[in-house]
Design a protein around this ligand. Structure first.
Ligand SMILES: Nc1ncnc2c1ncn2[C@@H]1O[C@H](COP(=O)(O)OP(=O)(O)OP(=O)(O)O)[C@@H](O)[C@H]1O
Ligand SMILES: [Mg+2]
Length: 228
């Protein structure tokens, strides 16, 4: 469902974020993108979210070339993708509930359905009691889980999570991972950029290791890109 073929990402100042990247990802896979700071993990997630364009190569999502989209089409693409960024990007002066309501309203769902979905997800994340709190009053770990809830609220086909367990203690990290694993089993393709060796060990998934923008290890091994 995701295909990258000979992809380079170059930032405006000439820094190469990704080099000659070949990756093929099937629906429902759970993949850890790992590697040192500056290796290109966030660049890869931004590329798949239409937030960075490749300088070279082909990027395909569901066989559609997303490498050179116009902004209107980027917005359309993002309806099917959930993202959790390193800095959350939540609306700090809105309530937890309203942060989760916004992405649902673009689909014109009725109020009862919206409320059911939000309540159910908040309960899974042990944050139901926080539903009317302003986001700026939450702890880092709580914000992390709300950012995850927002990314999942639309049942995306692709989930991109940048260090989703970064601010969490083991108990909460496990809660987050259980939800991600569950979603991927139901068919959500899940990419997790992480340094967290413990979760990689305890929650099995494919491992892609980046070094200075290059793929140096892929536990899926020699798989070739098709239809590129
Ligand atoms: N906006 C930018 N402009 C110029 N260079 C950038 C920009 N963003 C990232 N880079 C560079 O691109 C390379 C890859 O960065 P990236 O943020 O993808 O790494 P990362 O693996 O996510 O690191 P971390 O673990 O610290 O989050 C680094 O050399 C970084 O300095
Ligand atoms: Mg990063």
């Amino acid at each position: 469902m995701v295909e990258l073929h000979k992809v380079d990402v170059v930032y405006e100042d000439g820094t190469k974020g990704l080099k000659d990247l070949d990756i093929h990802i099937d629906r429902g896979e759970l993949i850890y993108i790992t590697g040192n700071s500056g290796a290109g993990k966030t660049s890869l997630l931004r590329l798949l979210y239409g937030d960075l364009m490749p300088a070279r190569g082909v990027v395909k999502l569901e066989k559609k070339n997303i490498g050179h989209l116009k902004s209107a089409n980027v917005a359309y693409l993002r309806r099917d993708i959930g993202v959790v960024f390193q800095d959350f990007k939540l609306l700090e002066d809105e309530t937890v509930y309203d942060n989760l309501k916004l992405p649902l309203e673009i689909f014109y769902l009725n109020k009862t359905i919206i409320q059911e979905r939000i309540y159910s997800l908040l309960k899974q994340l042990d944050l139901f009691t926080h539903r009317d709190f302003l986001v700026r009053k939450l702890s880092g770990g709580e914000k992390q889980r709300i950012a995850l809830a927002r990314a999942l609220i639309n049942d995306p086909m692709l989930l991109l999570a940048d260090e989703p367990t970064g601010n969490l203690d083991i108990k909460n990290a496990d809660k987050v991972m259980d939800i991600l694993l569950n979603k991927s089993k139901k068919g959500t393709t899940t990419l997790i950029a992480t340094h967290d060796k413990r979760i990689i060990k305890e929650y099995p998934g494919r491992i892609i290791y980046l070094e200075h923008g290059k793929l140096t290890y892929d536990s899926a091994g020699g798989r070739k890109i098709q239809n590129a």
